[in-house]
Design a protein around this ligand. Sequence first.
Ligand code: NAD
Ligand code: UD1
Length: 329
Amino acid sequence: MNILVTGGLGYIGSHTCLALLEEGHSVIVADNLINSKLKTLDNIKKIANKSLDFHQVDVSNEKSLETIFSSFPIDGIIHFAGLKAVGESVEYPLNYYYNNLVSTIVVARMCERYDVKKLIFSSSATVYGDNEAPFFETMSSLKTTNPYGESKAMCERILIDFARSNPSFSVGILRYFNPIGAHESALIGDSPNGIPNNLMPYLTQVAKGKLKRLRIFGDDYPTIDGTGVRDYIHVMDLAAGHVSALYNLKEGIHIYNLGSGKGTSVLELIQAFEKATKINIPYEIVNRRPGDIASCWANTNKANKELKWIPKRDLLTMCRDSWRFERNH
Ligand code: NAD
Ligand code: UD1
């Protein structure tokens, strides 16, 4: 199949491009490099030993994106392009609503205009807000707490209406939990700009000595050890989930949780990291981070069954691969 991957040079997109190339698909990437680097393209080619097409375009610009559709026959689209930093979305909500909503509308329009019947969209566990874990796709109330999360919930609603009006199309909404890890080559991975907000990139920078110590945001949550519980999933397993979705999506609109289905606390993650890398992680307990919830993990039965997708990599592998990537950069 010819697959258009928007945001294909980003963290999850680059690993998914690799998974698609390894399955023998042709990959066309549309990315404006707002949060990625051209070097990632070379690294994907190097690992896969295959070529892929790259177009530096802003996906929210309909005219620019259409040039790709008028030049290549496209069989399916995986739409990763979007802005994803929660704090930044509070500061610049209009940028977030504009980029995330308009790019999704433009992509859906292209599907209609060029009769591309498979569309997969990157959503987030953030749309579950403070519902009680485990989270099921059937939980109907989307409780977002910031413009980033709200933009994802809005895109989901737009795509539901889009799919209803195009009943022969297959539209998949994938709600990711917490992706960590990197390709085992350590050539591609998560490299956020500036000081990281998310736990794993912060932790690996502490391990490297770039940051002094990890700050644990609260140890008084109603969890196993008082620290926040999340569902960490290896980015290569997440990438495989997109390939499974391409193969197994039925007509209509379908929502799937992509997570490991297991909850891990901050302290448990530190212990796993120390075990996997033999590096001691200094930390201190500080106040809770505003907006954080106590626990977030997925029920993944629907994706396991309908997409025939089972994540394979355990927490130690996730920690090992995250560290290898950081060490190499
Ligand atoms: P990322 O920032 O690494 O990748 C996104 C890519 O999209 C980047 O390469 C960026 O340059 C590109 N991009 C952004 N806006 C664009 C536009 N208008 N036109 C063209 N390219 C554009 O992020 P990621 O972690 O790979 O996330 C991919 C998707 O998954 C995002 O939509 C994100 O919201 C969603 N998601 C991510 C996580 C996570 O923890 N990483 C969790 C849940 C959902
Ligand atoms: C974040 C995003 C969320 C996104 C998710 C997956 C925020 C507020 N939310 O959530 O929208 O869907 O990533 O990418 O950014 N922690 C520390 N110290 C740190 C960093 C984090 O103790 O330096 C704790 C947090 O309190 C939390 C856990 O580690 O309990 C995971 O945090 P993080 O990696 O930021 O992910 P989420 O909070 O799940």
